[in-house]
Ligand binder design. Sequence first.
Ligand code: NDP
Length: 361
Amino acid sequence: KHHLPPDRMPKESDMELVATDTVRLRVPSGSMAVLVKNLYLSCDPYMRSRMTKHDEPSYVPDFVPGTAGITVHGLSGYHDTYRFGSSRFSITGYREWQPTLRWLLSIDRRSSALSVMRRIFDIKLIRIKTSEGQVPTSRKEGSFTSNSTNTLCMPGLTAYAGFYEICSPKKGEHVFISAASGAVGQLVGQFAKLMGCYVVGSAGSDEKVNLLKNKLGFHEAFNYKKEPDLNKALKRCFPEGIDIYFENVGGAMLDAVLANMRLNGRIAVCGMISQYNLGKHDGVHNLLALIAKCIRMQGFLVSNYYKCYREFEEKVVRYMKEGKIVYIEDIAEGLENAPSALTGLFAGRNVGKQLIVVARE
Ligand code: NDP
């Protein structure tokens, strides 16, 4: 509805569900129109930054009140490439239907990044059988459609690029992941495990800790809300120190990790969600460890790694088909539950990748 100040949590009342009249499209002869029917909407922490109006342009544009541009999945329409009823990943809005004139062209024109994204994420759907197992009620393992919105899409590629490209992992190394049960973290942990690393995750509830240890195969996990002495928790899990930290939360966790890193450690700075609703960011005190322990700390954006998409897809699809990777998603039903799903990310309500289903195929 409006731009948020940078130092406040988003609330459900900041968003509004609006019903519009049927949109009439006048399609000039020779042009093309595509009617996009959204199936699954992706719900991601980076959307918070877009809710505040920035003076400087960011890597993603600020939302315009009254609209919401995010990643969605699903398409039905007509065109040589886009057959009626075929499904695609696309970037449109939080809405049920998106009638778009010259949709493909308009995406191509917006920026080179988007056009690369369209091409690369124009992925085929792959039916993947995941093994049945105990997962929390109302949460489930990725279906073949939703897999195309998370495991094989933005969160999956983020985990892949962040771990393999930024962390330079080696077998036997000690890996720590914060927000480990989330969309990105759960995959990083499984990649690290498959590489033969010792893997520990932190999460904000006992349910999530249980999931990490008993479903996702982490060697250890702890509930950071129950153990406010993070240094102590990390020392217990890593008596010999940490080689790789996959950073998702920032703040006090980063400080505690810095104090527990090993010589020549690597920190991939993927996100710092604990800072997204603070106007003034927490100070980090242990940065001198970077020098003394020769640590490489590097931020990254998934959008710079679309070039890795094919190798990523090949590897992850193989892992999924072999049952070596599971993926937990948390699906909110209906567009009317989108505000609660989005605010839930910052309260830790989601268990696994947060999606919103607006239609089922
Ligand atoms: P998640 O699915 O992990 O959802 C967010 C989780 O963050 C919550 O469930 C909660 O889990 C945790 N959290 C929320 N608030 C806090 C807090 N104050 N302190 C500590 N933890 C908190 O999200 P994603 O996996 O999609 O994203 C993970 C991180 O990666 C985010 O920081 C995101 O911005 C970043 N990201 C970066 C990308 C890039 O290109 N660099 C691309 C995609 C994501 P819990 O209960 O464990 O606290």
